[in-house]
Design a binder for this molecule. Structure first.
Ligand SMILES: [Mg+2]
Length: 395
């Protein structure tokens, strides 16, 4: 089998990839909607993979892996890898999880980072009310993540939260030392949310990037009695193109609150220091940023050898992302906690994709399916959402 084309279009705001072969088997994947601009970057790799056998996934990815980078520049390589696995599975007549070693669990746990409701404000009461809505969602999530501090509007919206001035959007990092008032506010909001969660629902907090290590230590120690699931991306995170393993090591050794990072990191090599130094307790690579699903699998196995837990990121990965995450997470070792459940946005995504269970999430879990490839496909309705100049994308 040979790759005859790599195509990329944008459906809604999600870049969608199609790898075409000479045997009539296609592979599909999707990139998160905040990276709607990546189409030219995806197509940059086309000439490198044409003529290759798509079922030799690693051999193909080796040709392009060095040409990627931290978020958002790892998504294109990652999405190509995921579409290759889709082809390999379809060609073998097997679900992708069978090609990754086989499923070790029949259902995978997911956590909530995408079934979100707008906050009415930034007081402890507002965070508690918002948490109550998420807790009541029909997916019955057993773990919920909320953005606080520099992740989301808290730092910029609470007057005097930190010693600095918020920027004016874009990808600038708002960053600085917390005031005593800011630290107390952060603790009060965390306590208010945990009060709602009780011990039925785990609470994780996305905090940065933008916190300074000594503030993370003060905050993490102050909330130790709340038994948080983890504190995520404090000093780095999101689009930060470095790791700072030494700073995470200092933080992690200073508190019993689990420390988490990794959603923006590209490749296993950039997890090496975090894992070998045991600089964090939990890592959360996104399969569509880290280099693909086999990259995620490798990192998880290596983390498990070092006593580090795995909670993959995925909030924007869309419905093809759900499918890819289910495939790989079914095969992960026991350090797997849950993946961040992506939703289809806008909601018509659920009309144009076939293969997902209905409902998708029951009791905070997704049943692992056994259809060939990643197990989801576009149906004919998807054509209605193609850009006018790319109506032949599926032809
Ligand atoms: Mg995050």
């Amino acid at each position: 089998m040979k790759i005859t084309d790599l195509r990329c279009t944008v459906i809604g705001r999600n870049p969608v990839l199609r790898i075409v072969t000479d045997e009539g088997i296609d592979g599909f994947s999707e990139v998160e909607p905040s990276k709607h601009y990546l189409k030219p970057h995806v197509l940059f790799y086309r000439d490198y993979i044409l003529g290759e056998d798509p079922t030799c996934v690693e051999r193909v990815v080796r040709k392009i892996r060095r040409l990627g980078a931290f978020k958002p520049w790892g998504s294109s390589v990652s999405a190509i890898e995921m579409a290759l696995w889709d082809i390999a599975g379809k060609a073998a007549g097997l679900p992708v999880h069978r090609l990754l070693g086989g499923k070790v669990r029949d259902r995978v746990r997911v956590y909530n980072g995408a079934v979100r409701f707008p906050l009415d404000g930034y007081t402890p009461e507002d965070y508690a009310a918002n948490m109550a809505r998420m807790k009541a969602s029909p997916e019955n999530f057993s773990l919920i993540k909320q953005g606080v501090a520099f992740h989301g509007p808290m730092a910029a919206s609470v007057p005097g939260f930190y010693y600095g001035d918020p920027g004016d959007g874009g990808h600038r990092i708002d960053r600085g030392a917390l005031t005593e008032k800011g630290l107390k506010h952060l603790i009060a909001c965390t306590e208010a949310m945990k009060e709602v969660c009780g011990d039925e629902v785990g609470l994780a907090l996305d905090c940065g990037p933008g916190m300074l290590p000594h503030d993370v230590i003060r905050f993490a120690r102050a909330v130790e009695h709340l038994n948080l699931a983890w504190i995520e991306d404090t000093v780095t995170g999101d689009y930060v193109p470095w790791v700072h393993a030494d700073q995470y090591l200092e933080i992690t050794r200073s508190t019993s609150t689990p420390i988490h990072t990794g959603e923006q990191i590209y490749l296993r090599h950039n997890f090496k220091d975090l894992i070998e130094q045991k600089a964090v307790n939990v890592i959360g690579p996104d399969p569509c940023d880290v280099g693909g699903i086999s990259e995620l699998k490798w990192i998880t196995e290596y983390a498990d050898l070092h006593g580090i837990l795995m909670a993959p990121h995925g909030t924007g990965d869309g419905l093809f992302g759900v499918a890819a995450l289910v495939q790989v997470c079914a095969t992960l070792p026991d350090n797997y906690i849950a993946f961040e459940y992506p939703t289809g946005d806008p909601s018509w995504w659920y009309d144009i994709v076939d293969g997902l269970p209905d409902p998708i999430v029951e009791d905070s879990h997704i049943e692992v399916w056994d259809t060939p490839g990643i197990g989801v496909t576009f149906n004919d309705q998807a054509r209605d959402y193609l850009p006018e100049e790319e109506k032949d994308f599926f032809d």
